[in-house]
Ligand binder design. Sequence first.
Ligand SMILES: [Zn+2]
Ligand SMILES: [Zn+2]
Length: 365
Amino acid sequence: MDPYALLGVSRDATQDEIKRAYRKRARQLHPDANPGDSAAEEQFKQVTHAYELVGDPERRRRFDQFGDGGSNSGGGGQDPFGFGDIFGAFFGGDSFGGRRGGPQRAPDAEAILDLDLSEAAFGITRRVEIELMTACADCEGSGCAPGTHPSTCSDCGGAGEVRQVRRSILGQIVTAAPCQRCSGLGNIVPSPCTHCSGVGVVRGTRTLEVEVPPGIDSGQRLRLTGRGPSAPRGGPNGDLYVTIRVRSHATLRRDGYDLIQVCRIPMTSAALGTHLTITTLDGDIEIEVPPGTQHGSVFRERGRGIPVLQGRGRGDLLVQVDVAIPQRLSDEESDVLRRFAEMRGEEVTSVDEHGFFSRLRSAFQ
Ligand SMILES: [Zn+2]
Ligand SMILES: [Zn+2]
């Protein structure tokens, strides 16, 4: 959904202009002014939602950058590829009012950008090639053969739509439909460009630089205003939405703005203490595991996590220690452990290979 189009303002309108446009539209469409008109009620809701998105400067900034999905970007990880709302918004509905003659705005397009964890964390400018409808080079997007110009459609007089008035028992009913002759564009190309058959756009490849802000997470979308497909016959470009997908990291897992790393250490290291070398996004660091560390203990390295998207500071790195209990002990190792248990006055109940219990407390006496 494009709140600017719904409100009938340009993308660089001031907050004041947006407010005035909303008040005007809301007055026209308000349910009290249109009792029983469900279409007006639906439009009223859409216009109100549009105003919610761009009526406040902070929310508007988010919307301009991230589209509809960015307005509720909280922690990371939500909205895993919730494309539903986007597809609904741009491929389904061309139905919002204000369809006038003349070049129409191109639909929006969507692309996916795969990033490594550190690229998502620190941000990156990535050059991407994307296949889009682009303006025809031969006719510069006009659709007209060289030296010719479009002429006003005679069926609709350039309005792009044809109105019909019918009388019924309920009174006059006015219906408007897109003009068939000019496909709603309001003009006709008398001698079409041969390269694009008069459409003004051809399928092509465009190279774009996508600036990814630090802290972005999988499923979040960037909105590249006006950098989407070109429109037939010189209409405004659509937007390009870039959905971010972050590849999983070998050792680090993201949780909001924190990073989690699980380290497995032998039980002897847990008991005696040790140093661990941890790979972080900033390079390797060493952390100290004190003697007597328990299974599941978590060590927090402040500020070694993900930078906060559009904010300050970074999350933390949480190093979780898993204590590995040795398996398949040799006879000698078992003896040492039994003696160790004995020294500590711990009762040892063994299970032999046939599954029988035997008490060994006195075996060494
Ligand atoms: Zn052309
Ligand atoms: Zn027409």
